[in-house]
Design a protein around this ligand. Structure first.
Ligand SMILES: Cc1cc2nc3c(=O)[nH]c(=O)nc-3n(C[C@H](O)[C@H](O)[C@H](O)COP(=O)(O)O)c2cc1C
Length: 183
């Protein structure tokens, strides 16, 4: 089997990520893969924000602001502040859907999702790990404002990137269960 297929068949998400993160050349190669996502109408409805170092700490403060008005315990506040520090590099994938008669917003979100997936495969191929997360913070107004996301725009994913502390070992879904040959 060729190496691309082997890589795709064995890719797993890595929740525990530590330094080092990909270097700048590697990061450029990874981001270049996102630019090759299938994209109906070639609208390029994506924007990727790269966050590292002190900017991760700053994002933690934004996440805490998103809890404003909620009655939360102190330990939840600290846990929330530390969310972006779960990896040395974070890529925030934003979709800004454009009005288009042929390409509904959902397809534009899918194009950004395909970009994230391209990056995940590229990251694995370079020997690093990643995990795509969303959660409450992806939908919080204050977080969207921090990335200048419009009202119609969406944070499609937070892609955490780094060196896997440990690579999970889990079986892939079974093609016999999830594939049918329609006749
Ligand atoms: C749109 C989307 C949002 C996700 N959000 C989260 C999340 O917030 N937290 C999480 O632990 N996993 C989330 N996941 C799942 C992980 O990225 C991952 O796919 C899952 O843990 C299964 O692992 P695997 O990729 O190794 O099969 C999300 C996946 C997608 C596609």
């Amino acid at each position: 089997m060729n190496t691309v297929i082997q890589l795709l068949q064995n890719r797993v998400s890595c929740p525990k990520l530590v330094a080092p993160a990909p270097n700048q050349d590697e990061l450029n190669a990874i981001l270049g893969c996102a630019m090759r996502a299938p994209d109906h109408g070639r609208l390029k409805p994506w924007l990727y924000h790269v966050i590292q170092g002190d900017a991760l700490v700053k994002l933690g403060d934004v996440f805490v602001q998103a809890l404003d008005g909620q009655n939360v315990a102190n330990d939840k506040i600290e846990k929330t502040r530390n969310i972006p520090l779960r990896a040395p590099l974070l890529i925030v994938a934003v979709c800004e859907p454009q009005a288009n008669a042929k390409v509904p917003a959902m397809e534009q979100v899918l194009a950004v999702g395909a970009g994230i997936q391209n990056m995940q495969v590229a990251i694995s191929s370079l020997g690093y790990g990643s995990i795509w997360r969303t959660g409450q913070m992806a939908h919080a107004d204050v977080v969207k404002q921090a990335f200048n996301v419009s009202e119609q725009g969406e944070i499609v994913g937070f892609l955490y990137v780094g060196t896997p502390e440990k690579t999970p070992n889990k079986p892939a879904a079974d093609i016999e269960q999830y594939v049918k040959y329609w006749e």
